[in-house]
Design a protein around this ligand. Structure first.
Ligand SMILES: Cc1cc2nc3c(=O)[nH]c(=O)nc-3n(C[C@H](O)[C@H](O)[C@H](O)COP(=O)(O)OP(=O)(O)OC[C@H]3O[C@@H](n4cnc5c(N)ncnc54)[C@H](O)[C@@H]3O)c2cc1C
Length: 451
């Protein structure tokens, strides 16, 4: 039996021995997580001339855009990388703009995958997929400086001047010991998770009455959702999300969003696994049931289901500014505002019982366009760490508005630029003059880099 200082550990504890790890590289900026926020952070920092590494645990870049098969972008009517991605997707005929709401569009996720990879490589980002961040270390001055990853290459250490937590779930901030919130109060229940799927219809036009967004027409969401729910109920096909939604991605390819998985903490791998398996079974049960109905559903095929279930709520790491519901209701502006948010409050019911009454929670809060301040992206409790995407510093209600991917992209851009500037000047992100950061941010948002 193993012993600690000559004594046996408790029966339910295994003491792992300490080991030395290779420091594989020291670079300017390490970005943790390659979703909309992390991808944008990495390419922005690299385009500024920083040496950048990006670690992503899934097998592709894009996070919820790709491994989550989201396929719908909100709040993307912005200059910079959102504009650049929009233009690139247009060139690939892989986008359908919402005619009623500028800055909202569907996209084809396989095209998105390869586009993000091309842009990352062209920008000089060193991308490592299938790699999980598992530990974070600080120096004597409370500055994060070392990350540990695990992958098929084993356990490896990496050093960086600045680190960006774009894991969505705030893994890096939590590992560094930062205070965080999750869910409505300081802990879950959080919003439900959803596994999306792509389906192919035999006759796209026949699905029009049930499709919330088709051919660029996004104005008529309520009626198709009700019609789709009626069909499902009549066929006795129970769905765990009471606003089952179909939207067109390209031609006969549609996204199917029909499930909610309630009260799952994103850091509990066993619960997330069970939720994923349940959700996938629900998708297949419903798709088979619809196919049997024939008519508009004849020949309906599942093309793909998400590799990763979509997570709405993770940790929100405390930063040097904490965004609140008052900020979003009053339309607060800040001299260090890095993005303007226009998206509404969108809180999915945290329990099946509430969902069956109403799929979203009514707060009565009407969003006035408001700023995300750069300080909400800079960790408060440690130095050298920035956040981007849904793990930035804000309360439950503010998060439900700013978290959408057009904003995550803009946050990534700002975090990538700030981290690169900090590395190049041998300063910490919070020590930079935010007016100068904003000046450069506005400059780089002015143009599209050619491939
Ligand atoms: C079901 C659903 C529907 C939504 N609907 C919309 C919508 O219609 N439009 C919209 O714009 N937004 C929508 N959102 C919100 C939006 O998807 C998220 O808030 C957005 O993904 C935030 O981007 P992100 O980059 O912060 O996080 P993510 O997309 O979650 O990316 C985080 C990345 O980090 C990786 N990662 C996590 N932990 C680690 C680790 N320890 N080590 C290495 N890598 C790690 C993950 O694999 C992932 O790729 C929806 C979200 C969900 C879940």
């Amino acid at each position: 039996m193993d012993t600690i200082n000559g004594e046996s550990p408790p029966a339910n504890v295994f003491e792992e021995s300490a080991r030395s790890l290779p420091i594989v590289d020291t670079c300017d900026v390490v970005v943790c997580g390659g979703g909309p926020a992390g991808f944008s952070a990495a390419i922005t920092a690299a385009r500024q001339g920083a040496r950048v590494r990006l670690f992503e645990v899934n097998g592709c870049l894009g996070g919820v855009w790709t491994s989550g098969l989201l396929t719908y972008v909100f709040d993307a009517d912005k200059p910079g990388i959102t504009k650049e991605l929009t233009t690139r997707l247009e060139e690939r005929e892989a986008i359908i703009h919402n005619r009623q709401f500028p800055g909202r569009f569907t996209y084809e996720p396989e095209e998105m995958k390869v586009l993000l990879e091309e842009l990352a490589i062209q920008s000089g980002v060193e991308v490592q997929l299938h790699t999980l961040i598992v530990a974070v270390y600080k120096d004597r001055n409370n500055k994060v400086d070392t990350l540990v990853t695990e992958s098929k290459s084993g356990r490896q250490a990496w050093r960086a001047h600045a680190i960006i937590d774009a894991t969505g779930d705030g893994d890096v901030g939590a590992l560094a010991g930062c205070e965080f919130e999750i869910g409505e109060r300081t802990e879950c229940p959080c919003q439900p998770m959803t596994l999306n799927a792509l389906v192919v219809a035999e006759d796209a036009d026949a699905l029009y009455p049930y499709t919330s967004f088709m051919g660029g027409d996004g104005a008529h969401r309520g009626k198709p959702v009700r019609e789709f729910l009626r069909v499902l109920k009549e066929a006795e096909l129970d769905v765990s999300y009471s606003e089952p939604t179909l939207f067109q991605v390209r031609g006969t390819l549609f996204t199917l969003m029909i499930n909610h998985e309630y009260a799952i903490e994103p850091w509990d791998a066993a619960k997330v696994s069970n939720a994923t398996i349940r959700a996938r079974a629900e998708i297949y049960r419903v798709a088979r049931g619809l196919r049997k109905l024939g008519g508009p559903w004849k020949g309906l095929q599942i093309a793909s289901s998400g590799e990763h279930i979509g997570i709405r709520d993770g940790r929100r790491i405390k930063g040097r500014y904490f965004m609140t519901k008052e900020d979003i209701a009053s339309g607060s502006s800040h001299p260090d505002g890095i993005a303007k948010v226009t998206f509404n409050v969108d809180i999915h019911a945290p329990t099946r019982e509430l969902n069956d009454v109403n799929s979203t929670i009514r707060t009565g809060i009407k969003v006035k366009p408001y700023d995300i301040p750069l300080r909400a992206l800079i960790a408060r409790d440690v130095d050298g760490l920035m956040m981007a995407g849904r793990c930035i510093s804000g309360d439950y209600i503010a998060h439900s508005s700013y978290r959408v991917t057009g904003n995550a992209t803009a946050m990534g851009e700002a975090a990538g630029l700030t981290s690169a500037m900090a590395a190049q000047r041998n300063q910490l992100p919070h020590q930079l003059d935010s007016r100068e950061v904003l000046h450069v941010l506005n400059q780089i948002r002015g143009g599209i880099v050619s491939l």
